[in-house]
Design a protein around this ligand. Sequence first.
Ligand SMILES: NC(=O)c1ccc[n+]([C@@H]2O[C@H](COP(=O)([O-])OP(=O)(O)OC[C@H]3O[C@@H](n4cnc5c(N)ncnc54)[C@H](OP(=O)(O)O)[C@@H]3O)[C@@H](O)[C@H]2O)c1
Length: 307
Amino acid sequence: MYRKVFISGVSGFIGRTLGSYLCNRNYTVYGLSRDPQKTSDETDKRIQLLPWLGDDENWIHDIDQSSVFIHLAGSNISTHRWSDRIKNQIRSSRVLTGKYLVQLFKQNNKYPGLFLQASAIGYYGNVSEGLVDESSPKGAGFLADTSSEWENSTKELENAGIKRHVLRIGMVLGRDGGALPKLVLPQKYFLGAYFGSGSQGISWIHLNDLAGVIGHLIENESELSIFNLTAPKPVSNKNFCKIVGKVIKRPCLFKLPAKILEIILGEMGRELILNGAFVHPQAVLKTGYEFKYPELYDALSNLLLKS
Ligand SMILES: NC(=O)c1ccc[n+]([C@@H]2O[C@H](COP(=O)([O-])OP(=O)(O)OC[C@H]3O[C@@H](n4cnc5c(N)ncnc54)[C@H](OP(=O)(O)O)[C@@H]3O)[C@@H](O)[C@H]2O)c1
């Protein structure tokens, strides 16, 4: 039913793979970037790159009911320590761009048939016990507040009758980006460590499954509106380190105390590394999607071992 897909933040770690995946499924893919020229070396040549967040939003005239809009754009949350300025950038690059899109659709009376709003499992905050699903409440902290505002920034589209899904994305595991290469590097040199108590949940998803779930949601109507994009078997931080160790044959020997992480990374270290939740993808499983990598060992073997 849908033929065209517009992706904001297409030049990012997720956008690049998702764009190629959707091209392979024969969609016409338009990638929105603040700097299409710079982005063109990094993205699949089949993706038509278009400028946005400037004066020239001509692409809006190509939006119609056969279009899906996937809103991924946002400044990276782990490249800088969280000063007030960085936190403001993280928040505004998500919330203001969401509001901007709603205004643009409204002004031009051009709406996509389906809008996919990225969010993050940071929405649930730090949950130490039990499984979290889509009905679980919002947690506390900067990531929870930002995720909630980010989700709400495009909620108005639902009033205009536009189908909208919110995607609460877990820690995406891929070869060339995201958290995995940084997490594995010390362990390669026999410095494998878990963080704090090591009992905090890591809710991960293989990048191929992330693209697979999004393709599945585009191709299969669902009445549900909020989806946790995580694999069905989250693990504790300590087990994550141990399973990496099994795959690359390097032990997880050390524990990095919470206090040290907090001193080095501040609030960012606390929220991104010391906090966690065991998130269950209940809604995705209800749609009938079958995960290619439900087990962390298999996902890591695929990503970390040469085939
Ligand atoms: N990777 C994960 O594990 C993960 C987990 C949960 C949620 N997410 C969310 O999913 C989205 C995509 O993730 P990703 O890992 O692909 O992120 P990424 O690699 O950091 O890419 C995000 C893209 O957003 C655009 N962007 C950056 N700063 C911006 C700003 N100030 N204003 C507007 N656009 C800006 C950039 O595209 P241009 O420079 O081309 O405009 C960039 O390529 C993000 O919003 C992220 O928070 C990711």
